[in-house]
Design a binder for this molecule. Structure first.
Ligand code: DC
Length: 214
Protein backbone atom coordinates (compact mmCIF):
# COMPACT_ATOMS: atom_id res chain seq x y z
CA UNK A 1 0.00 0.00 0.00
CA UNK A 2 1.05 3.60 -0.63
CA UNK A 3 1.34 5.96 2.33
CA UNK A 4 2.08 9.60 3.03
CA UNK A 5 2.85 10.44 6.67
CA UNK A 6 2.45 13.99 7.97
CA UNK A 7 3.30 15.25 11.45
CA UNK A 8 3.28 18.68 13.02
CA UNK A 9 2.02 20.69 15.98
CA UNK A 10 -1.54 22.01 16.37
CA UNK A 11 -2.41 24.65 13.80
CA UNK A 12 0.46 23.80 11.46
CA UNK A 13 -2.05 23.23 8.65
CA UNK A 14 -1.52 19.48 8.53
CA UNK A 15 -5.22 18.50 8.66
CA UNK A 16 -6.23 20.82 5.83
CA UNK A 17 -3.21 19.84 3.73
CA UNK A 18 -3.60 16.11 4.40
CA UNK A 19 -7.30 16.22 3.49
CA UNK A 20 -6.67 18.05 0.20
CA UNK A 21 -3.69 15.85 -0.62
CA UNK A 22 -5.70 12.66 -0.07
CA UNK A 23 -8.37 14.00 -2.41
CA UNK A 24 -5.77 14.86 -5.04
CA UNK A 25 -4.16 11.41 -4.80
CA UNK A 26 -7.56 9.72 -4.55
CA UNK A 27 -6.64 7.80 -1.39
CA UNK A 28 -7.98 7.84 2.20
CA UNK A 29 -7.39 10.67 4.65
CA UNK A 30 -6.75 9.48 8.22
CA UNK A 31 -6.85 12.02 11.05
CA UNK A 32 -5.23 10.23 14.01
CA UNK A 33 -5.80 13.18 16.37
CA UNK A 34 -9.52 12.49 16.10
CA UNK A 35 -8.87 9.03 17.58
CA UNK A 36 -7.15 10.48 20.67
CA UNK A 37 -9.94 13.04 20.85
CA UNK A 38 -12.67 10.35 20.66
CA UNK A 39 -11.05 8.35 23.48
CA UNK A 40 -10.69 11.54 25.55
CA UNK A 41 -14.37 12.28 24.93
CA UNK A 42 -15.42 8.83 26.14
CA UNK A 43 -13.12 9.11 29.18
CA UNK A 44 -14.71 12.48 30.02
CA UNK A 45 -18.30 11.29 29.80
CA UNK A 46 -17.41 8.08 31.69
CA UNK A 47 -15.76 10.13 34.46
CA UNK A 48 -12.45 8.34 34.05
CA UNK A 49 -9.35 9.59 35.84
CA UNK A 50 -6.74 10.10 33.11
CA UNK A 51 -3.93 9.55 35.60
CA UNK A 52 -5.29 6.14 36.59
CA UNK A 53 -3.76 3.41 34.35
CA UNK A 54 -6.22 0.73 35.49
CA UNK A 55 -9.25 2.87 34.65
CA UNK A 56 -7.76 3.64 31.24
CA UNK A 57 -7.02 -0.04 30.56
CA UNK A 58 -10.61 -0.86 31.41
CA UNK A 59 -11.80 1.90 29.07
CA UNK A 60 -9.72 0.48 26.19
CA UNK A 61 -11.02 -3.05 26.79
CA UNK A 62 -14.58 -1.81 26.55
CA UNK A 63 -14.26 0.56 23.63
CA UNK A 64 -14.89 0.01 19.98
CA UNK A 65 -13.45 2.63 17.68
CA UNK A 66 -14.28 2.89 14.00
CA UNK A 67 -13.99 5.35 11.14
CA UNK A 68 -16.00 5.92 8.04
CA UNK A 69 -14.67 8.51 5.62
CA UNK A 70 -14.09 11.56 7.83
CA UNK A 71 -16.45 10.45 10.59
CA UNK A 72 -15.32 8.82 13.81
CA UNK A 73 -17.49 6.50 15.92
CA UNK A 74 -17.04 5.33 19.46
CA UNK A 75 -19.13 2.29 20.42
CA UNK A 76 -21.19 2.93 17.30
CA UNK A 77 -21.92 6.60 18.13
CA UNK A 78 -20.80 9.30 15.72
CA UNK A 79 -18.75 11.69 17.89
CA UNK A 80 -17.17 13.69 15.02
CA UNK A 81 -18.99 16.89 15.96
CA UNK A 82 -18.34 16.54 19.70
CA UNK A 83 -14.56 16.35 19.84
CA UNK A 84 -13.32 19.70 18.52
CA UNK A 85 -13.68 21.87 21.64
CA UNK A 86 -10.70 23.29 23.56
CA UNK A 87 -11.67 21.08 26.52
CA UNK A 88 -11.36 17.91 24.42
CA UNK A 89 -8.14 19.21 22.77
CA UNK A 90 -6.53 19.45 26.18
CA UNK A 91 -7.90 16.10 27.40
CA UNK A 92 -6.73 14.42 24.17
CA UNK A 93 -3.21 15.71 24.76
CA UNK A 94 -3.38 14.33 28.33
CA UNK A 95 -4.70 10.89 27.39
CA UNK A 96 -2.15 10.61 24.56
CA UNK A 97 0.65 10.35 27.13
CA UNK A 98 -0.63 6.95 28.22
CA UNK A 99 1.42 4.03 26.88
CA UNK A 100 -1.53 1.65 26.52
CA UNK A 101 -3.61 4.27 24.72
CA UNK A 102 -0.76 4.80 22.26
CA UNK A 103 -0.34 1.07 21.67
CA UNK A 104 -4.08 0.63 21.12
CA UNK A 105 -4.24 3.46 18.57
CA UNK A 106 -0.92 2.78 16.82
CA UNK A 107 -2.05 -0.84 16.20
CA UNK A 108 -5.34 0.44 14.81
CA UNK A 109 -3.59 3.02 12.59
CA UNK A 110 -1.13 0.45 11.20
CA UNK A 111 -4.00 -1.93 10.48
CA UNK A 112 -5.75 0.76 8.43
CA UNK A 113 -2.56 1.49 6.48
CA UNK A 114 -2.24 -2.20 5.59
CA UNK A 115 -5.77 -2.28 4.20
CA UNK A 116 -5.68 0.85 2.05
CA UNK A 117 -3.46 3.63 0.77
CA UNK A 118 -3.50 6.63 3.08
CA UNK A 119 -2.48 10.15 3.85
CA UNK A 120 -2.18 9.87 7.62
CA UNK A 121 -1.52 12.82 9.90
CA UNK A 122 -0.73 13.24 13.59
CA UNK A 123 2.25 13.61 15.91
CA UNK A 124 4.09 10.27 15.61
CA UNK A 125 3.17 9.07 12.13
CA UNK A 126 6.55 9.72 10.50
CA UNK A 127 8.49 8.41 13.51
CA UNK A 128 6.49 5.52 15.00
CA UNK A 129 3.33 4.56 13.13
CA UNK A 130 4.61 4.58 9.54
CA UNK A 131 8.40 5.06 9.66
CA UNK A 132 8.61 3.43 6.20
CA UNK A 133 5.93 5.61 4.59
CA UNK A 134 6.56 6.44 0.92
CA UNK A 135 6.68 10.16 1.76
CA UNK A 136 7.16 11.91 5.07
CA UNK A 137 6.49 15.56 5.87
CA UNK A 138 6.77 17.68 8.99
CA UNK A 139 4.67 20.86 8.88
CA UNK A 140 5.30 23.76 11.22
CA UNK A 141 4.41 27.44 11.60
CA UNK A 142 5.03 30.26 14.09
CA UNK A 143 3.06 30.18 17.35
CA UNK A 144 1.26 33.42 16.37
CA UNK A 145 0.15 32.02 13.03
CA UNK A 146 -0.95 28.70 14.53
CA UNK A 147 -2.90 30.39 17.34
CA UNK A 148 -4.61 32.65 14.79
CA UNK A 149 -5.66 29.69 12.64
CA UNK A 150 -6.98 27.78 15.63
CA UNK A 151 -8.83 30.91 16.87
CA UNK A 152 -10.53 31.33 13.49
CA UNK A 153 -11.58 27.65 13.44
CA UNK A 154 -13.12 27.91 16.91
CA UNK A 155 -14.84 31.18 16.06
CA UNK A 156 -16.36 29.61 12.98
CA UNK A 157 -17.50 26.50 14.82
CA UNK A 158 -18.66 27.92 18.15
CA UNK A 159 -19.30 31.62 17.40
CA UNK A 160 -16.87 32.86 20.05
CA UNK A 161 -13.26 32.31 21.15
CA UNK A 162 -10.54 34.07 23.13
CA UNK A 163 -7.31 34.51 21.14
CA UNK A 164 -5.03 34.88 24.19
CA UNK A 165 -6.54 31.78 25.82
CA UNK A 166 -6.22 29.82 22.57
CA UNK A 167 -2.55 30.84 22.31
CA UNK A 168 -1.86 29.89 25.93
CA UNK A 169 -3.57 26.48 25.52
CA UNK A 170 -1.71 25.84 22.27
CA UNK A 171 1.70 26.57 23.83
CA UNK A 172 0.91 24.30 26.80
CA UNK A 173 -0.38 21.49 24.59
CA UNK A 174 2.66 21.69 22.26
CA UNK A 175 5.03 21.58 25.19
CA UNK A 176 3.24 18.47 26.54
CA UNK A 177 3.19 16.78 23.10
CA UNK A 178 6.89 17.50 22.47
CA UNK A 179 8.22 16.51 25.88
CA UNK A 180 6.15 13.43 26.78
CA UNK A 181 8.00 10.18 27.34
CA UNK A 182 6.04 8.05 24.84
CA UNK A 183 6.34 8.96 21.15
CA UNK A 184 6.83 12.71 21.52
CA UNK A 185 6.29 15.02 18.56
CA UNK A 186 9.66 15.32 16.80
CA UNK A 187 11.08 15.66 13.32
CA UNK A 188 12.04 12.36 11.68
CA UNK A 189 15.54 12.46 10.13
CA UNK A 190 14.15 11.75 6.67
CA UNK A 191 11.06 13.98 6.78
CA UNK A 192 10.74 17.04 4.53
CA UNK A 193 10.21 20.03 6.84
CA UNK A 194 7.87 22.76 5.60
CA UNK A 195 7.19 26.08 7.35
CA UNK A 196 3.62 27.04 6.47
CA UNK A 197 3.72 30.49 8.20
CA UNK A 198 4.54 32.52 5.14
CA UNK A 199 2.83 30.68 2.34
CA UNK A 200 -0.79 29.87 1.58
CA UNK A 201 -2.12 26.36 2.09
CA UNK A 202 -2.44 26.08 -1.69
CA UNK A 203 1.25 26.84 -2.09
CA UNK A 204 2.21 24.24 0.52
CA UNK A 205 -0.06 21.70 -1.11
CA UNK A 206 1.45 22.39 -4.54
CA UNK A 207 4.94 21.96 -3.09
CA UNK A 208 4.03 18.58 -1.57
CA UNK A 209 2.33 17.34 -4.73
CA UNK A 210 5.42 18.31 -6.74
CA UNK A 211 7.64 16.28 -4.41
CA UNK A 212 5.35 13.24 -4.64
CA UNK A 213 4.79 13.39 -8.39
CA UNK A 214 8.46 14.22 -8.97
O1 DC B 1 -4.11 16.76 15.85
P1 DC B 1 -5.06 17.06 17.03
O2 DC B 1 -4.90 18.46 17.56
O3 DC B 1 -6.48 16.73 16.71
O4 DC B 1 -4.58 16.06 18.20
C1 DC B 1 -5.12 16.09 19.50
C2 DC B 1 -4.11 15.57 20.51
O5 DC B 1 -3.90 14.16 20.29
C3 DC B 1 -2.70 16.19 20.44
O6 DC B 1 -2.55 17.26 21.34
C4 DC B 1 -1.77 15.06 20.78
C5 DC B 1 -2.54 13.81 20.48
N1 DC B 1 -2.06 13.08 19.30
C6 DC B 1 -0.99 12.23 19.46
O7 DC B 1 -0.45 12.14 20.56
N2 DC B 1 -0.57 11.45 18.43
C7 DC B 1 -1.14 11.54 17.22
N3 DC B 1 -0.69 10.76 16.23
C8 DC B 1 -2.22 12.45 17.01
C9 DC B 1 -2.65 13.22 18.08
Amino acid sequence: MFSVAIDGPAGSGKSTIAKLLAKELNISYIDTGSMYRALAYKAAISDIDLENDLEIEELLKNTELSMDKEKIFIDGKDVSGLIRSEKISNLASKISKNKEVRKFLVDYQRKISKEKSVVMEGRDITTVVLPHANYKFFLDASVEERANRRYKQLLEKYGSADLEQVKEDLIKRDEADRTRENSPLKIADDAVVIDTSKESLDQTLARIIKIIRG
